[in-house]
Write a protein that binds this ligand. Structure first.
Ligand code: SF4
Ligand code: SF4
Length: 196
């Protein structure tokens, strides 16, 4: 029999082997507030507003797949729960399937490294998928607006971006956070039409 406590424990176990929400896959930054005193003592953060500091992602505190300041992590980190975690807690997703989805996302991100490093000399693991994706799609949209056709290399990377988004959207994003996805899919469809 599944109990709420069991599933919360299971979700915690899965998160400990994941860390995708701290890797720059979903967010370019995490806001840290005045009330996050313990977290703010741990590092000098860049000011992002009068009462807010921003912690760029991938997070400097991500150690492998775990948070190295877990007890002191900011409230935004404490409150975040992706669809995978929510589904485990609800008892509608098993740990094995969750781990398979996490590994599939990590594999797709890893597969982007070589083409992206070759073309731009940057690492997705270091810059984070989300910041990379925002810049890349901005570039593609700019080219399309100028009447330019994306190169074959850009087109190949667009397909990989699309593959990552297809797994991120249903499994790791929160409901209602579709803006980046919609922009990405629109840019990918336009670029595909310009090449195919
Ligand atoms: S992405 Fe989801 S499953 Fe992975 S660590 Fe974050 S909340 Fe947990
Ligand atoms: S402080 Fe910890 S939980 Fe928050 S983003 Fe960084 S690694 Fe993740």
């Amino acid at each position: 029999m599944t109990t709420g406590l069991n599933t919360i424990h299971d979700a915690g176990q899965v998160c400990q082997g994941c860390g995708l929400c701290c890797s720059g896959l979903l967010f370019a930054k995490v806001n840290v507030y005045e009330s996050d005193a313990a977290a703010r003592r741990r590092v000098k953060l860049s000011a992002d507003g009068p009462d807010t500091y921003a912690m760029p992602q991938p997070c400097q505190f991500l150690d492998g797949a775990s948070c190295s300041i877990y007890a002191d992590r900011p409230r935004n980190c404490r409150s975040y729960s992706c669809r995978t975690r929510d589904s485990i807690v609800e008892g509608t997703l098993g740990m094995d399937q969750a781990r398979q989805n996490i590994q599939a996302a990590k594999d797709l991100l890893q597969q982007m490294e070589v083409p992206v490093q070759k073309y731009w000399d940057i690492s997705i693991a270091k810059t984070g998928f989300r910041p990379f994706c925002d810049d890349f799609l901005h570039l593609i949209r700019f080219k399309l607006d100028q009447g330019e056709t994306p190169t074959k290399e850009e087109h190949a990377i667009l397909r990989r971006v699309s593959d990552v988004i297809k797994i991120v959207d249903p499994h790791f994003r929160k409901t209602g956070r579709r803006a980046m996805i919609d922009r990405a899919i629109a840019a990918i469809e336009v670029a595909n039409n310009s090449i195919d």
